[in-house]
Ligand binder design. Structure first.
Ligand SMILES: Cc1cc2nc3c(=O)[nH]c(=O)nc-3n(C[C@H](O)[C@H](O)[C@H](O)COP(=O)(O)O)c2cc1C
Length: 392
């Protein structure tokens, strides 16, 4: 389709979301809106023609920005980040498996969102189910297009998630990642290693072949993991066992690692060296930034969106510099405050090939990725026109 028509359509969709839908959504608290969005995704997953319609809308609105990144080939370079399609929380594994046996949709959005948005990262999944934190766990700061959450890794656990996706594997999207988090509370490195290895094995054994796995080493929203598992020796062991397991597969599936913002430059350097040595293909930088929660200053909650952008950009800058300095074969995937063409451009200028987004869905709507790409394309088009004019 004509790109001018596509960008006009996206401008109209973006303006419609901003002036009609967003004000209605923002009348609700962030928590209430989040709960309603999950309920809507669950309902849409169950409608027979919804995924086909979403795929048609995707074709109408998205342009091909295909890229090879982190050992995977993606049709879009903006990926929906982990944390939205992660599934319901359960008190224990038996209950989660029972829900799967009963045919319940334990992962709202798993069909509709990839059809609409393209590449997605599912999870985080921990080895065992988690109910997450109780009460209000989501907030927003509209002035800076930011989100804050302390969901606390609510998820059905890797075994039930793998069984659920395995049973629906004929309908799995063609491009998706699986994000595995180290279990908060599993203090012992051998226990952590067992959890991570078993989690990966559940998916592979269930016939779920993602385009990539991400190991989430940074979970700021669980009281027992305020620092993230980003220490050198532990990280080497965890990444090492997963890379080994994935290498033993017929089809090569790359390992990505997700890390937190605001680590010391020396720590980023050490992490990059060990990722290179172990064979990690990409680093997602960053997860949210732990800050006092709006309701209780003694509780930490992860900030995403505009308020994360400076810290994430700084982390990406340091990581890219290290990759270039040492010629590591690792891609840095930007995550943090990609909410418009300008923020994406800042990352692109650093040499980043792909990005992940979450808060943009709240502020720009379900077509956020296409809108952001279109804004960037228009900006570059204007820049080229300006240069042509000044040369003439
Ligand atoms: C409600 C919510 C839940 C999240 N849960 C996870 C998660 O389970 N695993 C993870 O790796 N990141 C999780 N994230 C972090 C996002 O994937 C992303 O790293 C972060 O929001 C920064 O991107 P943004 O600035 O585009 O929002 C979550 C974010 C939000 C807002």
């Amino acid at each position: 389709m004509n790109s001018l028509f596509k960008s006009a359509l996206l401008r109209a969709i973006g303006a419609g979301y901003q002036s009609l839908i967003r004000p209605l959504v923002f009348r609700l608290s962030a928590q209430n809106a989040h709960d309603k969005a999950i309920a809507l995704l669950r309902a849409l997953d169950g409608l027979p023609f919804a995924a086909a319609m979403a795929a048609a809308l995707h074709r109408l609105t998205f342009s091909d920005t295909s890229t090879a990144v982190g050992g995977a080939r993606l049709s879009q370079r903006l990926i929906l980040a982990a944390g939205l399609i992660k599934g319901d929380g359960f008190a224990d594994e038996e209950q989660a498996l029972l829900a799967v046996r009963q045919g319940r949709n334990i992962m709202p959005g798993w069909r509709i969102l990839p059809a609409l948005a393209g590449p997605v990262e599912l999870g985080s999944f921990t080895r065992y189910p988690r109910l997450g934190n109780p009460g209000t766990v989501a907030w927003r700061n509209t002035a800076t297009q930011s989100t804050q959450n302390r969901v606390g890794l609510r998820n059905p656990g890797a075994r039930a998630a793998a069984r659920f996706l395995g049973e629906g594997r004929s309908q799995l999207p063609k491009e998706f990642g699986i994000n595995i988090a180290v279990s908060p509370g599993a203090e012992d490195i051998d226990e952590q290693t067992r959890h991570v290895t078993e989690s990966v094995a559940f998916f592979l054994d269930a016939g779920v072949q993602p385009s990539w796995f991400t190991l989430n080493l940074s979970c700021p929203n669980t009281e027992d993991d305020p620092q993230g598992h980003q220490l050198e020796a532990e990280t080497r062991q965890l990444c090492g066992v997963v890379v080994e397991r994935l290498r033993s597969e017929q089809r090569e599936i790359p390992l990505w690692v997700k890390i937190g913002p605001c680590l010391a430059n020396e720590q980023y350097r050490k992490l990059m060296r060990l990722f290179h040595e172990v064979g990690v293909k990409a680093v997602v930088a960053t997860n949210t930034l732990a800050q006092p929660s709006p309701d209780d200053r003694d509780m930490q909650a992860g900030v995403g969106g505009g308020d994360l952008f400076p810290a994430a950009l700084d982390a990406v800058r340091q990581l890219v510099a290290e990759v270039n300095r040492k010629s590591y074969a690792i891609d840095v995937i930007a995550c943090g405050g990609i909410v418009d063409g300008a923020s994406l451009r800042e990352y692109e200028t650093l040499g980043v090939k792909a990005g992940q987004y979450w808060s943009a869905l709240v502020y720009r709507g379900p077509f956020a990725a296409a809108i952001i790409e279109s804004e960037l394309a228009q900006h570059e088009h204007r820049l080229r026109a300006f240069h042509r004019k000044s040369l003439a």
